[in-house]
Design a protein around this ligand. Structure first.
Ligand code: NAD
Length: 502
């Protein structure tokens, strides 16, 4: 039996339970149908029906928000050491079901098993990391003044909404939900409509591992319906959102009446800048990895290659040769490097850029084609002879599509790198230390890696500038979002209190 047929057989077993009942919402530890008519989810691999999904509406969001509100005090007041134990049990349970999570994620999203097997484990790591921070999360500072002993403490903000996209949904959901729970918040999670499977597995795993009912609730549904209602709900104190920049702006508007605190992790059109003094073999590996891993459906992908003109021809030739060898195929085949794009809508969007590139005068140097007609497969694509003002250099394509643009000087590279509405990540390849210091100081991005691909380290701040987002995740930054700072001043003597009307 090949690894692919073995994986397909296992997947069939895991999905069997959803075929009859579909995916329900989970509110207060109980399954429920949505108030709207159920919708269907299909696999991007062969367009086959996976199952039906409950369509939550305002009514279901209200039920979930009320449950999260009622569960908040007990969860907040639970001794930190107990909360820590539960979160560690969730991490252990995720690891136990890592295979199920990975196979379901691949089938639902088209991501490859090569990357998703690690995504499940990264999800467990998110729980484990934030579990370790639980005990100190409320600690504050002592700020003495002549008349007062001022202390600060942090308290969880209350029930929060978490709204997630379809790219690596399990990893991203745990990345948001683990710190919220560790902080002592309760959660209503609205997963993306295109990828409901692993969100269901997460709430189930968490409850089985000991998370009290109502602390994490999952309501499926459409963004403009269930998502909007979550942003507008008065009992929800904050929204942690990952998705497109234009949705981020809607989230802000929708939360205005209830003065929502929002954390927005949005789109990117991230530059990778390669200077001729760099280690070009390593740079080539990293350039390819950062746009063609995870189907190019990653916010931190390096979708703009800015390449110094002195090395452009040679670098692009090697790049194209490698890209043409990338294996597009079934996501459950361990040899596959790129699987199908998530939905027909997204496939149509990504492939529309092939003509947009040609019409603008760029060259489709690799790819630019779809593969078969069973699912939403595309060849990894490279556009050359591009300029930074073309749509292929300005718009987030969010697929395995790289736009290569030459530059001559450092100033020109910096100007092009910054000439974008986005500012999530930047990648710089140079062996000139002084240049690296100068360039990273002026590059407009929330996260920059020098001579490295994106290597995530959980204690570091994650987030973007400009249209790429507001706020930071990671380490203590996550707690800053999910908690309120509180100041308390204790008089240390009888300082003079002004006496009005005396
Ligand atoms: P999307 O914005 O279309 O949807 C994201 C989520 O928002 C979904 O759950 C959707 O149902 C919901 N939503 C849609 N409209 C809403 C509304 N009016 N109110 C409330 N919720 C609403 O994004 P997508 O297409 O699912 O995901 C891809 C995008 O996510 C890309 O732009 C990518 O760059 C971004 N992303 C960013 C990061 C980051 O960390 N910066 C990480 C992953 C993905």
């Amino acid at each position: 039996m090949t690894a692919l047929t073995d994986n397909l057989e296992k997947l069939d077993g895991y999905l069997a339970r959803f075929r009859g009942t579909g995916i329900k919402n989970r509110i207060g530890g109980k399954d429920s149908d949505g108030a709207g008519p159920a919708f269907s989810t299909h696999s991007p691999v062969d367009k086959s029906l996976i199952c039906t999904v409950a369509r939550g509406t305002e009514k279901d969001i209200d039920a979930a928000a009320c449950v999260a509100h009622d569960a908040f005090a007990d969860w907040r007041d639970m001794p930190a050491t107990e909360r820590k134990k539960i979160l560690i049990s969730v991490a252990d349970a995720i690891e136990t079901r890592a295979e199920e999570i990975a196979l379901c994620e691949c089938w639902d999203t088209g991501q490859t098993i090569r990357f998703m097997s690690k995504a499940a484990l990264r999800g467990a790591e998110n729980f484990r990391y934030f579990a370790d921070q639980v005990v100190q999360a409320r600690d504050g500072q002592l700020l003495r003044s002549p008349t007062l002993m001022n202390v600060t403490t942090r308290v969880p903000i209350g029930p929060v909404g978490v709204i997630t996209p379809w790219n690596t949904p399990f990893m991203l959901s745990t990345w948001k939900i683990a710190p919220a729970l560790a902080a002592g918040c309760t959660v209503v999670h609205k997963p993306a409509e295109a990828s409901p499977l692993t969100a269901r597995l997460l709430v189930e795993i968490a409850e089985e591992a000991g998370l009290p009912p109502g602390v994490l609730n999952t309501v499926n549904g459409l963004g403009e319906d269930a998502g909007k209602a979550l942003c507008e709900h008065p009992k929800i104190r904050a929204i942690s959102f990952v998705g497109e920049s234009r949705t981020g702006s809607l989230i802000t508007k929708q939360g205005a009446d209830t003065l929502k605190r929002n954390h927005l992790e949005l789109g990117g059109k991230n530059p990778v800048i390669v200077f001729d003094d760099a280690d070009l073999d390593r740079a080539l590996d990293a350039v390819i990895f950062m746009i063609f891993s995870i189907n190019g459906e990653r916010c931190t992908s390096s979708s703009r290659l800015l390449i110094q003109d002195t090395i452009k021809d040679d670098f692009e030739a090697k790049l194209i040769e490698r890209v043409n060898k990338i294996k597009v195929g079934h996501p459950l085949d361990p040899a596959t490097e790129i699987g199908p794009l998530v939905t027909e809508e997204h496939f149509n969007k990504v492939t529309s850029y092939f003509d947009i590139a040609r019409e603008a005068g760029a060259t489709v140097a690799a790819g630019g084609q779809t593969v078969g007609d069973q699912g939403y497969f595309v060849r990894p694509t490279v556009f050359t002879n591009a300029t930074n003002d073309m749509r292929i250099a300005r718009e987030e394509i969010f697929g395995p599509v790289l736009t290569s643009i030459p530059f001559t000087s450092e100033d020109e590279a910096l100007a092009m790198a910054n000439d974008t509405q986005y500012g999530l990540t930047g990648y710089l390849w140079t062996n000139d230390l002084t240049r690296a210091l100068r360039f990273t100081d002026r590059l407009e991005a929330g996260m920059i890696w020098v001579n490295s691909e994106n290597v995530r380290h959980l204690p570091t701040p994650f987030g973007g500038v400009k249209a790429s987002g507001i706020g930071r995740d990671g380490g203590d930054w996550s707690f800053e979002f999910y908690m309120e700072q509180k100041h308390i001043g204790f008089a240390t003597g009888d300082h003079k209190v002004m006496r009005l009307g005396a």
